[in-house]
Design a protein. Structure first.
Length: 398
């Protein structure tokens, strides 16, 4: 019998809560991503519990024990318990009554296998008894996890028709856990790709960024291209987008750069900031994400050191990833190194300093400041003595 052994199963707050909910035994089991990750030796952050108890019973028992609850999804049986070491979601066992690919109407059940059967992939349908930590596997999830195989439970096409987002979830999970390719799954994703158009842009954006944030999403991205998925979710993708992504991943590896899903998205797009901004708007990205994506889709300047470029960009933290994607090979390593742990120096002069040089108050002050700062950057931010010389030269020139 397979068991899990991980830090979060020893949490005292979790044990105390389960003692309240599961005094009778076999009323609660750990399920989903936390179980899967524990089997892989990955520490989980989100703990999910499946229960035979109805939501109102869960709330009543926890509140009687002084544990605060939040009714995060009562229609689907989900209650969040607010514990000292972090929230835990508790969901009543359920089965689908009707689905339309976007929403599901569910009915509650007390059958563990029936609940497992409505989940997406075999590796996500593993249950663990909190008392024994033994794993219950109804659909060969353990075998698939060992094989690095992401596989739908039952018929892949039926699972996708229940929830169209499972197409992108398949490729996301393949990028994270897969190596082997399930032909039935890929074929079903390709067949139903157009159904992604019915989903909200926010849900698509979230899945795309999670997928691109994997350690190496290239193989999954190529599978998506073969299945026509990118044509639906990112029709603006450049013809050489996958090659650019491969080059970016190689640069990340060579320089030890952190993963940046938004930068990887930019790698798939043409080097056109207006187009990138339109993509960001369509995907309903945040204002900061829109700014970053447009910056990453801008050609790297033809002249200037990396630090000089950084002095003209706001926010300056966008410059290092931008360089990673767009800078020419000749300046990549030195430019990247020069930006690490470096901040643009604060320009030390102001309007009063310019007036003190004899320039009359008015538009000429701002013009002179701009020219002095330009030359200061061009000379790689010299010390005060040289800056004073530059300022005097600009003032003397009129």
């Amino acid at each position: 019998m397979t068991r899990i052994d991980t830090e979060w199963t020893r949490r005292e707050d979790l044990r105390a809560m389960l003692a309240v909910l599961d005094a009778e035994g076999d009323r609660c089991r750990y399920v989903g991503g936390a179980v899967r990750d524990a089997l892989l030796g990955i520490e989980a952050t989100d703990i999910d519990i499946a229960t035979r108890l109805l939501p109102e019973d869960v709330i009543a028992r926890l509140e009687a024990a002084g544990i605060r609850t939040v009714p995060t999804g009562l229609a689907h049986g989900t209650v969040t318990a607010v514990l000292p070491r972090g929230p835990v979601e508790i969901t009543t066992l359920r089965r689908d009554v009707t689905t339309d690919g976007r929403h599901a109407e569910v009915a509650f059940t007390d059958d563990w296998r029936e609940d497992a059967a409505r989940r997406d992939f075999t590796i996500n349908a593993l249950f663990v008894d909190p008392a024994t930590l033994e794993v219950t596997d109804y659909f060969t999830g353990l075998e698939d996890l060992d094989a690095g195989l992401v596989r739908f439970i039952g018929d892949a096409g039926e699972r996708i028709l229940e929830d169209h987002l499972r197409i992108l979830r398949y490729f996301r999970f393949h990028a994270r856990f897969g190596g082997a390719v399930d032909g039935e799954a890929v074929a079903a994703c390709a067949l139903h790709a157009d159904r992604l158009k019915a989903l909200s842009r926010e849900r698509i954006a979230r899945e795309l960024l999670l997928l691109l944030g994997a350690a190496d999403p290239l193989a999954s991205a190529r599978l998506m291209a073969d299945g026509g998925i990118w044509k639906v979710v990112l029709p603006e993708m450049a013809e050489n987008g996958l090659d650019r992504l491969a080059e970016l991943l190689a640069r990340e590896h060579a320089l030890g750069a952190e993963r940046n899903a938004l930068l990887r998205l930019a790698a798939l797009l043409p080097t056109e900031p207006l187009l990138a901004d339109a993509v960001a708007a369509r995907l309903r990205l945040s204002k900061a994400q829109r700014l970053a994506l447009a910056r990453f889709a801008t050609p790297w300047p033809a002249s200037g050191t990396a630090r000089q470029v950084a002095a003209g960009v706001q926010p300056e933290e966008l410059v290092a990833p931008w360089l990673l994607l767009r800078a020419p090979d000749a300046m990549l390593a030195t430019g990247w190194q020069s930006l690490q742990d470096w901040q643009v120096p604060v320009f030390p002069l102001g309007g009063r300093d310019i007036i003190a040089l004899g320039i009359q108050a008015g538009p000429q002050v701002a013009k002179a400041l701009g020219e002095i700062r330009r030359r200061w950057i061009l000379e790689d931010f010299p010390e005060d003595a040289r800056l004073a010389e530059i300022a005097a030269e600009v003032a003397a020139s009129g």
